[in-house]
Design a binder for this molecule. Structure first.
Ligand SMILES: Nc1ncnc2c1ncn2[C@@H]1O[C@H](COP(=O)(O)OP(=O)(O)OP(=O)(O)O)[C@@H](O)[C@H]1O
Length: 798
């Protein structure tokens, strides 16, 4: 810390520098707005010119957004290496007016690295590291660390910028995660800047900053790999509540090329949230389901056990099993997907039908013509028709070679039938029954609803496992259906109809995006800036300029497109992913450039991984490297102690992380009878909220009991929020234990720990998650006896 006498001088000095930075940023923003206006104003020129201007406008708008996002806490650090060698570190880089050195270094630039990694033992040439605490454009305080290379302090007890870090951690929770660019720690920085290619796995116990690392890594990769700005980064989180919790971090860092998605939303157009039994979720997560779906699709491709009779154009036909099998094989040649193979199959089928129809009708008509001409008697006609029908039904068809007899008429008739069949209802019905156009939803719905189909598609599954998959047609989709729908989409391929709809949606989105660009231009107008973009051009005009350039952000485009290929995928709480979900994610990033963060001890999903090797090897082989985070920033040592036995029961090999914070009150532990539990919990909630004193409080309950217990708490605290759209910014929230994953609160009541243990086969992990959410106060409130794993807690005297 700086000495008090020098604080005011240093403070004034830093305030002057911050003023200089903001002045420069204002100037740059004004310039960009001017350029944006110019780009928007120019509406004439060649199509190519318009496209280029669109690209320029998009880039300028993005740059402006990034600069505006950096306004608060623009500069947070300074590194002094020598008397006249000083760097200021901030959220973005800011250049000077001339060719001088930059005024501010982006935190992601290599030169900024020692700010995070310099330690007393390895100062890396740094003499002083200064943290600037600012709010808006004001410097509030400065914290200094002086380095002396001879100090010889061991690295493992070093926190970088400890005073600033502890100050950041002391802030009450707000219901939203904030970025940590100013106080990232060396072990986090190392992972954030690790190479982009391959798979980086980050294991860490609760509160070690895994989510922090994941999000800052996304921002770092986008900064250092230009290509990723175009392909985008996908960040996958466990559920929508968690996504809401982290939603402000990356926009706060000015990044728009990141798509945040829960597993339930990875299939565009669907938001799967229905619950389902653990047992069926586990089966759906197994890798074998890929084969099951493959068989299910093949079963819809003219896969008949006997010949098929059909009535087309008033005539009866029999299509042999061999003919259909051959047609199916030809249609899917080269691995053509089901829906894309349908036109091929249709052509083969209609060709055959037209051929036969031309022969039948040809024969009958020829007979009539001959009768009329007096050249053929009725008996002869009967015979001809009889033989013709015999031929049509596949018996001795060669006996009637009409091509040879009547080539011209035959060819004409056949051409007429080929023209007519696509509009013929019977022919369409036949085609649909043999080779239906299928959506992934239809395929899965048909499969689940029909035990016979399931038996045919899933002979590898035990009968009782198949029985668990059966459900009513039209039942809502669950989380574990999402990877299966995606797999089905992959097997089925796209049809024209879907493509047309996509194009229409794309056009509408282009217009919306263009409107967004105009809104940015309008919103960022200076007070004296009378002319703005919206005066010059309409959204339609702007969108029209870019018929060849999709103007939505990369994240928006990627969200709407199942086949989008991301440059990098980051998975948070990855311990919960099923093998089928991993398969989906690898499809989203075939180059297999992944950052995988999680904690094996927190695995709650029945289909999830208990060991990283088991989870990752099927998809990445041995191409992954493991990093560990070892410091817990959230949970004080006293509270972590409460979860010690639980962690041991999950696996004796797992070690808790070292807690940064200490001095919290030991956890409270009280109990009551099951009858009095809801009312008692409501009181405990009120008391926990009082202790949080304006901070955030969560009541974490067994998932199955959420409704009942939330009702009891709401009766006592009407403003408490709960449910699928729980509002994390309320003072008190009630969460099912699975919803609490990844979140944190000042004060937490863990309700009915035994109920959590009994609620799932991964009950221990659920309880561990619940116990590790608190940053200041923990209260365990139980009904009946305390579970064995918590027996070391001291009961409050009642
Ligand atoms: N370097 C840091 N500077 C400031 N705060 C930090 C830092 N690292 C982590 N934190 C804070 O510590 C808390 C825990 O971080 P985070 O949620 O990323 O941990 P986690 O490992 O993902 O936890 P969990 O496994 O429980 O979800 C958050 O409040 C986060 O902002």
């Amino acid at each position: 810390m700086t000495a008090p006498s020098s604080q005011s001088t240093e403070h004034a000095h830093e305030q002057a520098y911050l003023d200089l930075l903001h002045d420069r940023l204002d100037t740059l923003c004004t310039e960009i707005r001017g350029d944006l206006r110019t780009a928007l104003r120019e509406s004439s020129g060649t199509a190519q010119g318009q496209v280029e201007r669109g690209v320029v406008a998009e880039r300028l708008a993005r740059k402006l957004l990034m600069m505006e996002a950096a306004e608060n806490r623009l500069c947070f650090g300074r590194l002094d290496r020598a008397e006249d060698d000083r760097l200021y570190i901030g959220r973005i880089g800011v250049s000077g007016a001339g060719d001088d050195d930059p005024l501010l270094i982006d935190w992601r630039a290599p030169a900024a690295r020692p700010f995070y990694t310099a330690t007393a033992a390895a100062a890396q040439g740094v003499r002083l590291r200064r943290h600037l605490h600012t709010r808006n454009r004001r410097v509030l305080r400065v914290d200094d660390e002086l380095f002396d290379d001879t100090a010889g302090v061991p690295d493992d007890v070093q926190l970088s910028g400890e005073a600033a870090l502890l100050a950041a951690l002391r802030h009450g929770r707000t219901g939203r995660m904030h970025d940590a660019v100013a106080t990232l720690q060396a072990e986090q920085d190392k992972i954030i800047r690790s190479p982009h290619a391959g798979v980086t796995v980050v294991q860490g116990s609760p509160g070690t900053g895994k989510t922090v690392v994941a999000l800052h890594r996304a921002a770092y990769l986008l900064y250092s790999h230009e290509r990723l700005q175009r392909s985008g980064v996908l960040v996958v989180g466990p559920n929508s509540v968690f996504l809401e919790y982290i939603s402000q971090v990356l926009p706060g860092l000015g990044e728009t090329s990141v798509l945040l998605s829960s597993v339930g939303s990875l299939y565009p157009g669907l938001s799967a949230s229905a619950g389902e039994p653990v047992a069926s979720a586990e089966i759906k997560g197994r890798l074998v389901m890929a084969d099951v779906l493959d068989r299910a699709v093949r079963a819809r491709q003219a896969a008949v056990t006997e010949s098929v009779d059909a009535l087309i154009g008033g005539e009866h036909f029999r299509l042999s099993r061999d003919f259909l099998a051959d047609a199916a094989a030809r249609a899917t040649e080269g691995g053509r997907q089901h829906n894309l193979a349908r036109p091929e199959f249709r052509d083969i089928l209609f060709e055959e039908l037209a051929d036969r129809l031309a022969r039948v009708i040809g024969d009958i008509e020829v007979g009539f013509e001959e009768i009329l001409a007096g050249e053929m008697d009725v008996q002869a006609l009967d015979l001809a028709v009889q033989e013709d029908l015999a031929g049509v039904f596949g018996q001795d068809a060669k006996a009637y070679d009409f091509r040879a007899q009547l080539p011209a008429e035959f060819t004409e008739r056949k051409a007429n039938w080929l023209h007519a069949l696509p509009r013929d209802r019977d022919a369409q019905r036949l085609l649909d029954s043999l080779w239906p156009l299928l959506s992934p939803e239809q395929l899965l719905d048909d499969l689940y609803a029909d035990p016979a189909r399931l038996a045919e598609a899933a002979p590898q599954l035990e009968e009782e496992d198949r029985a668990l998959l059966v459900r009513e047609r039209g039942a809502p989709w669950t989380l574990s259906d999402v990877p299966l729908l995606d797999e089905a989409a992959e097997l089925l391929g796209y049809d024209d109809h879907a493509e047309t709809e996509r194009q229409a949606a794309r056009r509408a989105a282009q217009r919306d995006y263009a409107q967004g660009v105009l809104d940015i231009a309008r919103g960022s107008r200076d007070a004296d800036d009378h002319l703005h973009a919206a005066d010059l051009v309409s959204a339609e005009q702007l969108a029209g300029w870019h018929t060849q350039t999709d103007l939505r952000t990369v994240a928006e485009r990627a969200a709407a497109d199942r086949t989008w290929v991301f440059g990098h995928v980051i998975v948070d709480e990855a311990q919960d992913l099923s093998p089928m979900t991993w398969r989906l994610l690898v499809r989203r990033c075939p180059t297999r450039s992944f950052t995988v963060v999680g904690d094996a001890a927190q695995s709650s999903d029945a289909a999830g991984a208990t060991s990283w090797r088991e989870a990752l090897e099927p998809f990445f082989g041995t191409r992954w490297r493991l990093s560990q985070l070892t410091v817990n920033y959230r949970t004080p040592g006293e509270i972590m102690e409460a979860s010690r036995q639980v962690l041991k029961a999950i696996s004796p090999e797992l070690l808790p992380a070292r807690a940064v914070r200490h001095g919290a009150e030991p956890p409270r532990c009280t109990g009551t009878t099951p009858e009095e539990f809801p009312a008692g919990l409501a009181e405990a909630a009120a008391s926990a909220a009082r202790r949080a004193a304006g901070g955030r409080t969560a009541i974490v309950v067994p998932t199955a009991d959420l409704e009942r217990l939330a009702a009891a708490v709401s009766a006592r605290i009407p403003d408490a929020s709960w449910g699928a759209d729980v509002d994390l910014e309320r003072d008190v929230v009630v969460l099912g234990v699975r919803q609490a994953k990844g979140l944190e609160f000042d004060s937490v009541v863990v309700a009915d720990p035994q109920g959590m243990l009994d609620g799932s086969t991964r009950g221990l992990s659920d309880l561990y998650v619940a116990l590790t959410r608190a940053s200041r106060f923990l209260h365990v409130f139980h009904a009946g006896p305390l579970p064995e794993v918590l027996s070391h807690l001291t009961q409050d005297p009642s």
